[in-house]
Design a protein around this ligand. Sequence first.
Ligand SMILES: [Fe+2]
Ligand SMILES: [Fe+2]
Length: 200
Amino acid sequence: MKEYDYIKREIKNLLDADRYIHSLGVEKEAVKLGERYGVDIEKCKTAALIHDCQKNLKDKDLIEKALFYRINIDKIQIKSPQLLHGPVGALYSKEKFEIDDEDILNAVYYHTTGRDNMSMLEKIIYIADIIEENRNYFKGLDEIRNQAYIDINKALIMSADSTITYILQRKNLIHPLTIEFRNSLILEVESYEKKEKKSF
Ligand SMILES: [Fe+2]
Ligand SMILES: [Fe+2]
């Protein structure tokens, strides 16, 4: 893997100023969440820093790069090519930053849609992306921010709900991975609460 400082310089070159500041905000938040949930801090930092590395690409270029990396483009991604910035970003990072850690790559790959059974690092990047300090305010953001440090799964359900509501209001397509993501979190919270009850 390339050195952290090298990756940081490259990210600064790849992104516009606002997105670079957002990426640093995600990194800061991911470090705090990593400490809270006992995840390797270096992994949190790297995954956060690179998560949007391909977000400045135009739709056409994202599709071209997805084809280059042999990503299976589904019909929802054809309609909303921006969904591809996660998958393309993961494969780009593997190639250019020589990152081989599957957990880091998955955190980048799935940070837009989510997926079922996410690792703690994947969850941290997903939620840090939403709650970092530079995020524009949306209704419910403060509750999600607080909940992220109490029960990350519940914070993820809240943000999946708000994402899905937003998509529905615009009558856009919902990616099936986002549905799987929400279902799996609800099941995870339920089974945890059942276990909690049994132990009393
Ligand atoms: Fe993103
Ligand atoms: Fe982001």
